[in-house]
Design a protein around this ligand. Structure first.
Ligand SMILES: CC(C)(COP(=O)(O)OP(=O)(O)OC[C@H]1O[C@@H](n2cnc3c(N)ncnc32)[C@H](O)[C@@H]1OP(=O)(O)O)[C@@H](O)C(=O)NCCC(=O)NCCS
Length: 149
């Protein structure tokens, strides 16, 4: 597989992004409503939104995405970037697309002046952790969540 191009998602990517998004939701066993999916896509395309989406393209075909939220924080004056969703289609895995997406974000962190790029993953997900361990050491924080419903 050729070297991937990493770029911002464009309106023409909608159908492919939605297909990959479904794969990502299936991976996590979650059902995200059509309304929320549409809202997320709308925010991705909105330059005034804090939501970003980078896609990994090889030979005119998009095979993966990284959805991020850039937000303020209380520990630094600069914003930080939360990599919320990362997905590469099963047939394209193991060819460096996930690596290229994270590398792109790490470069963007420096270029944009984000204080940090961070993400969370399941502690027992050895597949993705092998990739992540190449970039940083897990810091040992544990996530707690209280849901409204
Ligand atoms: C994790 C994921 C994004 C990696 O994408 P990728 O393009 O395959 O990653 P790369 O090719 O850059 O890196 C490959 C590394 O990822 C890991 N990896 C994870 N799943 C893999 C798979 N199915 N096939 C090959 N490598 C995989 C391996 O550690 C591999 O390292 P190795 O080459 O030393 O064996 C992708 O497997 C994926 O979308 N998985 C399902 C969703 C997911 O786990 N998202 C992250 C949740 S936090």
């Amino acid at each position: 597989m050729a070297v991937p191009t990493i770029r911002s998602a464009l309106p023409a990517d909608e159908a492919t992004w939605r297909k990959l998004w479904r794969g990502y939701c299936d991976f996590y066993g979650v059902t995200i409503s059509d309304e929320i999916t549409a809202r997320t896509w709308k925010r991705i395309l909105d330059p005034d939104s804090a939501v970003l989406c980078m896609v990994a393209q090889v030979d005119d075909q998009v095979h993966g995405f990284a959805n991020c939220v850039v937000h303020e924080n209380t520990w630094e004056s600069q914003p930080v970037c939360y990599l919320e969703d990362l997905f590469v289609s099963p047939s394209a895995r193991g060819h460096g697309l996930g690596t290229a997406l994270i590398e792109w974000l790490r470069n963007a962190m420096r270029a944009e002046g984000w204080a940090r790029l961070y993400w969370v993953t399941r502690g027992d997900d050895q597949n993705s952790r092998r990739l992540y361990d190449r970039f940083a050491q897990a810091d040992g924080f544990v996530r707690y969540v209280i849901r409204q419903k």
